[in-house]
Design a protein around this ligand. Sequence first.
Ligand code: WTA
Length: 681
Amino acid sequence: MEGLRLWILLTLLEGLFYLLRVERWRSLTAMSSLENLSHEDRIFPPSPEFVAQANAQTSLYQEAADDRLAFWSRQADYLHWEKKWDEVLKWEVPSAQWFLGGKINATYNCLDAHVIAGRGDRVAFHFEGEPGDTRTITYAQMLHDVKKATNALIELGIRAGDRVAIYMPMIPEAAVAMLACARIGAAHSVIFGGFSAEALKSRILDADATLVITSDGGFRKGSAFPLKPVVDEALAGTDHNVKNVLVVKRTGQETQWSAGRDIWWHEIVDRQSPEHIAQGFDSEQVLFILYTSGTTAKPKGIFHTTGGYLTQTSYTHRAVFDLKPETDVYWCTADIGWITGHSYVVYGPMINGATQVMYEGTPDSPTKHRLFQIIEKYKVSILYTAPTLIRTWMKWGEEFPADSDLTSLRLLGSVGEPINPEAWMWYREVIGGNNCPIVDTWWQTETGGLMISPLPGVTATKPGSAMAALPGISAKVVDDEGNEVENGNGGYLVLTEPWPAMLRGVWGEPERYQETYWSRFPGKYFAGDGAKLDDDGAIWLLGRVDDVMNVSGHRISTTEVESSLVSHHNVAEAAVVGANDAMTGQAIVAFVILRGGIPKVDGEELIKDLKAHVTKEIGAIARPKQILVVAELPKTRSGKIMRRLLRDVAENRTVGDSTTLADPNIMKLIGEGLKSGKSED
Ligand code: WTA
């Protein structure tokens, strides 16, 4: 009996030590690779010309510090409220309510407000289709289209509080669909068009959507890809509550038709009345759900509400992108399937009356000139994109941007992952002609809007640093115990005050919301990112500290890829790591143990098959770059897989300390076994 107790105690202690080591190690590796950051002495103050016309003023920081809630109220005053709020904030960790008692309509703010104010002729979108087709859509036209789509949704029985899944390519109807939902208080749940039928299905079920809006397909790299068949597959044989599938005709591809359920968008929308009066909804009405990867296999349905979200996205868009709506042409390259597309294509910019570019295709089709030609064609003045694209451009070479006139650009933004100083400098010099401030913006699906970023015209920037929390936002870097670190030190990024656009929860999983974000450091929001303060107190983001990978700015969970691999009949066990990658930030590398008793399979074929399996289960974005078949995985005596050792292998480093392994020989075996069987594409 005594022996058993002692054994349990030792095992628990071993687990605890392991966790502490991993945690410590994670902080250390993240920090050491960026050790030199305390000494960055390239500093770029704003030019006097930019300062003279900037929307943002230094005084914003003081105003917000003096009275945070009054500051946010002033930002909310920019919006049209059908009824003004009674109370700015009600906060009981971890539940926030902003602008209580206020009534507001999101779509009214994005569209009607502009048309009523006489701005209906302003271009909302210059749409550039992948095959080269173009459309120019004014605010008045967009409002007309949205009202008709709204009436179609009403005819289909959609009401406030319902959930509508949107699975579309990057075409104007995607924004129309979102705004039509918002207009009647139905929550949209946009699912990125690259996700598989399985991923789509789980999201439709989790949100209990009653309508799916999709298109027959979209265009990519010169050919049409299907979407409607993926919806059919997602719904087949599933116990769901979807009554209708509304289908935009984009490509003209043949598609199966389920009579009574499927409806062509043009057939129902075109015959609707263009009249619809928007009604204000409660400030805390759910505006949308957006799924994002967490540390478990099941994605989290992050949900956002209306008043606070609209306040923060429009304020940050005005201040950080310095938008001058009459003259600027703004282009955010994100797909509406991600939070950036929600906050900085649809809601923030449209509330501010921006003229935007929307592009359906990829950067290299038909040639690597495409995006630069679009910048020249529409005289884009504000560009917002991701470091992975900037690095891809760097690899292609300067001749491509040099062929187009990029002098219309006056501000550049970056989002999605840490931007390395070289890419930052290249962006500034080659794309911005040394003439544009760069705003490196840190935020998350959960934060809803920008949180850490320079203010152009105010902040002197350092290449690679997101610099400081925006006025009204409180971000800190803390150590393992939750104490704030001194300048020159690293730790975890936390947010210490509620902010208007914060997530209100995880759909249907209140405990997960509490557990994931509010339990690591009680009372503080744990972002899951490592960060460091340099000697001057500027914030440098260091990447995720949890089991979430960041591949080309997309969040993918290691566990999600692992469970998809083990669902393959040949795989017994799998471990997935995000290995550093010069192009995509991180790349997915999987280690798999095959099942015993199966006939010998051809290695190459199997790996191809496994990659296809993950693509089918989750989508192409989760397809591992490398899969390594191994005989064993490195585990501690308590059975934990030691990912850091696998990451050493994946990044071709000497394998680190493996003394806590149950079998210290494992790493040697893995190393030897791999010499023969590496596969990459
Ligand atoms: C990472 C995208 C460094 C970070 C808006 C965060 C960044 C995750 C930056 C959220 C940045 C985003 N510098 N890292 N400027 N922006 N990240 O939810 O790890 O897709 O936690 O939101 O991306 O990804 P998400």
